[in-house]
Design a protein around this ligand. Sequence first.
Ligand code: ADP
Ligand code: MG
Length: 293
Amino acid sequence: ATPTALMVGTGRGAQLGILIKGPEVLESTRRVDTVVLDKTGTVTTGRMGLRDVVTAPGTDERDLLRRAGALEHFSEHPVARAVAAGAEERTGGLPPAEHFESVAGLGVRGLVEGHEVLVGRESLLFEAGIELPARLADALAAARAEGRTAVAVAWDKEARGVLSVADTVKATSARAVAELRALGLRPVLLTGDSAAVAGSVARAVGIDEVIAEVLPQDKVAVVRRLQGEGRTVAMVGDGVNDAAALATADLGLAMGTGTDAAMEAGDLTLVRGDLRVAADAIRLARRTLATIK
Ligand code: ADP
Ligand code: MG
């Protein structure tokens, strides 16, 4: 490959809103046959809003919102930002929290008003030996059936409520998936969220292969498994939880609207966070290298 043609390709990329780490990246881009897409913040906007609040019998809704919000205030996760903002808006102010700790892909825990509070997936509660009463298990299932992400809240070893947040699919995602398919690529949706929510997003954008409920550290294993099947894998993601998978993929594409960790791990950055530009990048690489060969 002539360096000049690759440099021209890199410059053209910048015009399209693609930042390329080095000219050699175009080589791996050309061979890609599978595109793994993270859900939250990549296919969806990641800008979520708080929707339904369901309390366990005997729990005060205001306490539930204040305590969950106080903890989530310290997390950068899109779900956490929605819970914190919604709780603050509905209650007028959040109490301080201490000993904040985030558990990747599961949720958060810490101390609020003297109570040991947990907010996150059911498994975070189960690991702490906390069970969900039927009312809360039903609320989780109902929210997910409608495509919302739902998290449970507990304190002092008891489940206290369920909060649901809703995200929206980016206006350009369905078109982007169609363009990727037209290029002969196989799209796969990969997420830590529940299968119900993932399925509803996948249907909305036209993806039929969904891998859900994957912990951040296991996203790498999914990429390796696809590579083990002989596929050349591009991964598109935005989160801290996607960084390792972006580095492991044959080609890592980071959303410019996402975290620094993702951009550092990726080979390419899609500056505007528009998934259609992923298709542009692959087209550009194929064209650039075709001129050379
Ligand atoms: P994705 O892979 O779609 O970007 P994540 O792996 O970041 O999603 O998160 C998976 C799930 O873990 C979320 O849908 C949410 O249910 C739960 N979760 C993660 N972090 C938090 C948090 N700070 N607060 C509440 N729930 C969380
Ligand atoms: Mg994400």
